[in-house]
Design a binder for this molecule. Structure first.
Ligand SMILES: C[S@@+](CC[C@H](N)C(=O)[O-])C[C@H]1O[C@@H](n2cnc3c(N)ncnc32)[C@H](O)[C@@H]1O
Length: 303
């Protein structure tokens, strides 16, 4: 069980430092405001160095990173001399200005659609009387009667319209716009970095990988399984295990929720477990903002 990256020892912290340097300087990546001493993002400070050291990608090895997003892992493994493919279902590969242009056109489309959307939203909003009465099917109070106690008064129309527009045009796009200035793990993925490190980026689903069995020495998948629908996680692990060569490794990290997936995923992989680690968030310093624990699973395919 690990509580903080420091529990893994000084060599691990050195690896974290060099990954954080690469992510912030070479990739211009955003560090999440997760508390004092965080170098990248709360859980990634442990996940990236852990995956990097367990993958131990060597020169000439074939590596696949599934659900790669805008991770530094593919570049760092390519820097070791490995031949790396990054695969994701919906990351955006684009320079920042191109990504910004795409956002701007989406924003303009949202602006143009605003009046129609507002009309639709107004039609779907219950009439004030019904909203006040609170109970479906109950007769609405006549307009000249006071609203029942506890009723939420409706805001004036201009305030509601402003809030609606702000949500559609600002809140929805805020995070994406921030990525133009500083990308995060969701992207955009830089084409020039891909070219510089010789990393191939493919669009695809990790539950149906477009590769022959036993194609890769190393397959990694960092913080993806918990974002997938429950019934496709085991399917994904099965397919990732399929493309690992005999003697090759599959390295997974995922959040542990109430229902821990580990037993199902291990079974689905059909591989041998070398290491199972829990990066536990229950450290006292994090009690104020509870986070899920993160599991690291290092598997090897029998020869
Ligand atoms: C939280 S991000 C993690 C990105 C990266 N692995 C990292 O650690 O920075 C999750 C990524 O998984 C991708 N993803 C989710 N389901 C997927 C699937 N079925 N096949 C391929 N990629 C998937 C998403 O598009 C997203 O980029």
């Amino acid at each position: 069980m690990v509580h903080a990256p420091a529990d893994e020892g000084p060599a691990f912290l050195d690896t974290l430092e060099s990954i954080a340097d690469f992510y912030t300087k070479d990739m211009g990546g955003r560090v999440r405001n997760d508390g004092p001493g965080v170098r990248l993002k709360w859980s990634r400070d442990w996940e990236y160095p852990w995956v990097f050291t367990r993958a131990a990608a060597a020169a000439g090895e074939a590596v696949l990173d599934c659900g790669a997003g805008n991770s530094p892992m593919p570049y760092l493994m390519a820097r070791q001399g490995a031949s790396v493919i990054a695969l994701d279902r919906d990351a955006v590969v684009a320079s920042r200005w191109r990504y910004g242009l795409g956002l701007a056109s989406g924003w303009l489309r949202a602006l143009a659609a605003l009046p129609a959307e507002a009309r639709r939203a107004a039609e779907l909003t219950p009439a004030p009387e019904t909203a006040r009465s609170g109970t479906p099917g109950e007769l609405a109070a006549p307009r000249d009667q006071p609203a029942p106690a506890g009723a939420v008064p409706r805001r004036p129309l201009p305030v509601r319209a402003w809030r609606f527009a702000r949500h559609r045009l600002v809140a929805r796009h805020k995070v994406a716009w921030a990525r133009v200035v500083k990308p995060d793990v969701w992207g955009p993925v830089s084409p020039s970095l891909l070219a510089r490190y010789g990393v191939t980026y493919l669009f695809g689903d990790l539950t149906a990988l477009p590769f022959r069995p036993s194609s890769f020495d190393v397959v990694t998948c960092v913080s993806v399984l918990e974002h997938m629908p429950p019934d496709s996680r085991a399917m994904g692990v099965r397919d990732m295990a399929r493309v690992v060569k005999p003697g090759g490794r599959l390295i997974l990290t995922y959040d542990r929720h109430e229902h821990d997936l580990t037993r199902d995923l291990l079974e689905a992989s059909g591989l041998d477990a070398v290491e199972l680690v829990c990066f536990c968030a229950a450290a006292p310093s994090q009690a104020a903002r509870p986070r899920p624990d993160v599991i690291g699973l290092h598997l090897v395919k029998p020869r």
